[in-house]
Design a protein around this ligand. Structure first.
Ligand SMILES: Nc1ncnc2c1ncn2[C@@H]1O[C@H](COP(=O)(O)OP(=O)(O)OP(=O)(O)O)[C@@H](O)[C@H]1O
Length: 237
C-alpha cells in the first residue's frame, strides 16, 4: 500500500432514508488500497443500501464520501457517473452478464460496446485470475461459480480503486465460493479495495476487515455494543 495515497473509501457519517423509513442510519468506513473487507448483517439491515451509496448509485442524505480522495458530494450527477465508471467496479447479485457474449467479451463489455479494442485486457485479466481456459466459453455454458468469477473480472478489468460485491458467493458450495474469493483476493493484490456483503461468516473470515450492519448502523465486528447509539437506531424505526 502506498501510504501517500488517499484511502480508496473514506465515508463519514453516511446516512440514507427511503420513503418507507428504512435505509442506513450511520456508516463510518475507511478502506485502503489492497484491503478486503466484509459486511455482515441480518436481512434488511442496510447492506445493499450501503453498497449503493459507496457505488455512487444513491446519494447520501447525510455525511460525506470520498473515493480515492475525490469528494463525491461536491460533484454533479454527470461527474459522479464518471467517477463511478472510472473508479468503481460492481458485482451485482444477479451478475448482469450478457448471455449472447462469451466470457472475455463480457469482461471487455465493462469498457463499452467496442469489445475488440479491449480483447487483450480482458483475456490477460482472465489469465491472471486463472480463467484463461474459459475466455472463449459462452457464459450460458459456465457454472454458477464460473459466472461469478467472470462478473468479478468484469468489475476489475478497468482497474478500479474500489470493487463492491453483493453476496458474491451466495448459493455456491464452499470450494466454488473459495475460488470466487481467490479471484477477489487477486483483485485486491492488484491494488483495489474490495468490499463484499455476505451472510457467510466463513467467507467474512477470509477478509482483512469485518464489519457488521445492525439496524442501519455499521460497526467493526465485535464493536457493535459500543458503536450503535440508540438515537441512530431510532431514526430507522
Ligand atoms: N427501494 C427501496 N424502497 C424503500 N425501502 C427500501 C428500498 N430498498 C430497501 N429498502 C428498505 O431499507 C432497509 C434496508 O434494506 P437493504 O436492502 O439495504 O438491506 P439488506 O441488509 O441489503 O437486506 P438483504 O440482506 O435482505 O438484501 C430495509 O428496511 C428495506 O425494506
Amino acid at each position: 500500500m502506498n501510504t501517500d495515497s488517499p484511502p480508496a473509501v473514506l465515508a463519514e457519517g453516511l446516512a440514507f432514508s427511503y420513503a418507507s423509513g428504512g435505509g442506513l442510519a450511520r456508516a463510518d468506513l475507511t478502506l485502503d488500497a489492497g484491503v478486503m473487507a466484509a459486511v455482515e448483517g441480518p436481512s434488511g439491515s442496510g447492506k445493499s443500501t450501503l453498497l449503493a451509496l459507496l457505488g455512487l448509485i444513491l446519494s447520501p442524505a447525510e455525511g460525506s464520501l470520498h473515493i480515492a480522495g475525490t469528494d463525491a458530494g461536491a460533484l454533479s450527477q454527470a461527474e459522479r457517473d464518471l467517477l463511478r465508471q472510472r473508479s468503481i467496479g460492481i458485482v451485482l447479485q444477479d451478475l448482469g452478464l450478457l448471455t449472447f457474449l462469451n466470457a472475455w467479451e463480457n469482461v471487455a463489455a465493462a469498457f463499452g460496446p467496442r469489445l475488440g479494442r479491449h480483447r487483450t485486457a480482458a483475456r490477460d485479466l482472465l489469465g491472471d485470475l486463472g480463467m484463461a481456459q474459459l475466455a472463449d466459453s459462452p457464459v450460458t455454458e459456465l457454472s454458477g461459480g464460473q459466472r461469478q468469477r467472470i462478473a468479478v473480472a468484469r468489475a476489475a478489468v478497468k482497474q478500479p480503486v474500489l470493487i463492491l460485491a453483493d453476496e458474491p458467493t451466495s448459493g455456491l458450495d464452499p470450494k466454488t465460493a473459495n475460488s470466487v474469493m481467490d479471484s477477489l483476493r487477486a483483485c485486491a493484490e492488484k491494488g483495489a479495495a474490495v468490499l463484499l456483503v455476505t451472510h457467510d461468516s466463513a467467507i467474512a473470515g477470509k477478509c482483512d476487515q469485518r464489519y457488521v450492519l445492525d439496524e442501519g448502523v455499521l460497526s467493526a465486528a465485535g464493536d457493535q455494543a459500543a458503536a450503535a447509539p440508540t438515537a441512530d437506531k431510532e431514526t430507522l424505526r
